[in-house]
Structures are given as C-alpha cells and as structure tokens.
Design a protein around this ligand. Structure first.
Ligand SMILES: Cc1ncc(C[n+]2csc(CCOP(=O)(O)OP(=O)(O)O)c2C)c(N)n1
Ligand SMILES: [Mg+2]
Length: 163
C-alpha cells in the first residue's frame, strides 16, 4: 500500500510561507490517494520557482527548458501509457514562454495532468510581470504599471474544451 512515507519531505530552496509548499503537499496526498507508487509517476518541469517542485519529489522527474514542460511530458506518455504524467510550472512557464504548447496539448489531450502554480509574477527572475499579472501592477521593470489586461487561463481552457 502506498503511504505518505513513500513521498517524504525533501529540503527545498523556497522562501518560508511560499504557496509552493501547499501545492507539493497536495500533490503528494493526491498520489497517495490514487495509490500511485513513486516508480509509476513522472513529473516534468521547466524553469522557475514552481519548476523546482519535482526536485523535491521522490519519483521519476525530468527538468527541461523554461516553457517546455508539455512536449517531453507528451512524449513520455506516448512512450509509456501506464505512466502517470504530471507537469508543473509557473504562470510564466505555462502561459508565457509555453503558451503555444499549452494550446496544442489541450487540443491533443494526451491524458497528462498540467499543474500551474499561478503566482501572477515571474518569481525566479525577481518579479517581472507575467501573462497573469494584474493590470496596473508596478514592478521594477513595469515602473508605470502593467499596461495589458491579464490572460484568463480558465476561459482559454474552456474555449478549447479542455478535459
Ligand atoms: C526561454 C527562456 N526564457 C526566459 C528564461 C528566464 N526565466 C527563467 S525562470 C523565468 C520566469 C519564471 O516565472 P514563472 O514561470 O511564473 O515561475 P515562478 O518562478 O514564478 O514560480 C524566466 C523568465 C529562460 N530560462 N528561458
Ligand atoms: Mg510565476
């Protein structure tokens, strides 16, 4: 039987209070509830604070390029249908650099789970605006505030009939 002991806590580089702690715990609990052992799971990520999440998971992992989580994850799923494949990344990774891959992964529906840790900012690179940053939000780069309305990722997913 798979238990939480199969998915131990691993020391992270995240700041105290970071939302990624809750997300990693929820992922571990979900895998245990599904009865998935670490060797049956692959987590794929790109670059970013969210992209570090698989580093702290005891399972198969693949760390690729920023915005490029979905192509290797799709490839792995095609090669091994039995594998439970999850991608995890930030809003910049999933909706900015990886936006094109997101659209086509939804369209192809390769039966993988894509998790986006949407903190509405480019966290790792010190706080530039991302596609989901609020209109008017000031950053060190957007000194007069963000000028574009944010992307609505759920509306995008629904319009593409995402499962
Ligand atoms: C192709 C490419 N563009 C830009 C970068 C630089 N870069 C690395 S992480 C990052 C932003 C990360 O933001 P996000 O994906 O939202 O993750 P977070 O750190 O907020 O969790 C950027 C712009 C890169 N490594 N590769
Ligand atoms: Mg982010």
């Amino acid at each position: 039987m798979v238990t939480m002991e199969d998915y131990p806590d691993i020391e992270t580089e995240w700041c105290p209070g970071c939302g990624n702690f809750g997300i990693i715990k929820a992922i571990r609990k979900a895998l245990v509830n599904m009865g998935k052992a670490p060797h049956e799971v692959l987590m794929v990520s790109g670059i970013g604070q969210a992209g570090k999440l698989p580093h702290y998971m005891k399972c198969n992992t693949f760390n690729g390029l920023h915005g490029r989580t979905l192509p290797p994850a799709t490839g792995a799923k095609i090669a091994n249908h039995e594998l439970t494949v999850l991608t995890v990344g930030g809003d910049g990774d999933a909706y900015g650099e990886g936006g094109n891959h997101l659209i086509h992964a939804i369209r192809r529906n390769p039966n993988i789970t894509a998790i986006v840790n949407d903190n509405q900012i480019y966290g790792l690179t010190k706080g530039q605006a991302s596609p989901t940053s609020e209109l008017g939000m000031k950053t060190k780069v957007q000194t007069h505030g963000v000028v574009n309305t944010p992307l609505n990722p759920l509306a995008l997913a629904i319009s593409l009939d995402c499962s």
